[in-house]
Ligand binder design. Structure first.
Ligand SMILES: [Fe+2]
Length: 273
């Protein structure tokens, strides 16, 4: 990795920021949290999400190679974003201060630097958000943002759809975690490869997650700078970053497992679910 890092610093400044490593954490991840939100806090979040769900959506189609077709005009970050190729809808909302305080108490002690809640959204995986013939999908990936601590809360679900996360300090091996309704898991989305297995969803099946990310307070997300691998502003850097990720041994192991598990369930390698 040493040589690669040197190359990044020379050719694509900023990229090395994403190879953050495990050394600044106070404990290994993932771990579960019991009863993150009370019943009334859960209702509060539900109401915020359902209010924003009524906003006219921003639809992302993705049936072409290399890029995506945007079928509707982007007006505000609160518009639900429908990713048809993944059969999922993302909804942003304002995080109530008292809930952010609660999240801070969990996330901040985990990292030995100044971090803060930088991004959060609700994700609804449901075949109804797709083309009608594609199941929800979350292939193996590392987040392309420096999400040092990620808190995933399952708002509700009626399916068993485990989350795979690479082991702490051993990213070539993976453990699966169930995440039922009301359960919470904490991991590092920029350091730990994560995915959900290919799964054929039936009509009416769904999985709703609220994902909450912490990054350094000097991150571009707080300073207003551009993401150094923003796909629209720096497509070449982004491609180089993704190409390098795909050639990592741990990422290849993850994709092999994702594909092999899918094949066992009769889902062909080229299909996402
Ligand atoms: Fe992720």
């Amino acid at each position: 990795m040493g040589d690669l890092r040197m190359m990044h610093q020379t050719n694509i400044p900023g990229l090395h920021k994403y190879l953050t490593g495990f050394e600044n954490y106070s404990r290994s991840l993932p771990f579960y949290i019991d009863n993150l939100f009370s019943e009334s806090e859960r209702s509060e979040l539900r109401e915020l999400i359902e209010t924003n769900r009524l906003i006219e959506p921003f639809i992302i189609g993705d049936r072409i190679e290399d890029g995506y077709i945007r079928n509707s005009e982007f007006r505000s970050r609160y518009q639900p974003k429908i990713a048809k190729n993944m059969s999922r809808t993302l909804i942003e909302f304002d995080m109530p201060k008292h809930l952010e305080d609660k999240l801070d108490q969990i996330a901040k002690p985990l990292y030995n630097d100044e971090i803060a809640l930088c991004h959060w959204n609700y994700i609804d995986y449901n075949i109804k958000h797709g083309y009608g013939d594609n199941s929800p999908a979350l292939p193996p990936h590392l987040d392309a943002d420096e999400n040092l601590v990620t808190i995933n809360y399952c708002l509700d679900t009626n399916v068993e759809w485990d989350l795979y996360v690479s082991n702490w300090n051993d990213t070539k091996n993976f453990t699966k975690y169930s995440l039922g309704a009301g359960e919470t898991i904490v991991f590092s989305a920029v350091n730990q490869i994560h995915w959900r297995p290919k799964r054929k969803f039936a009509e009416g099946e769904f999985c709703e997650i609220i994902s909450m990310d912490y990054c350094r307070t000097n991150s571009y997300r707080f300073t207003g700078e551009l993401n150094p691998i923003d796909p629209e502003h720096f497509p070449d850097r982004r491609k180089q970053y993704l190409d390098e990720l795909q050639s990592r041994e741990d990422m290849m192991s993850a994709f092999k497992l994702w594909n092999d598990d899918g094949l066992k369930d009769g889902i062909e390698a080229k299909s996402m679910g």
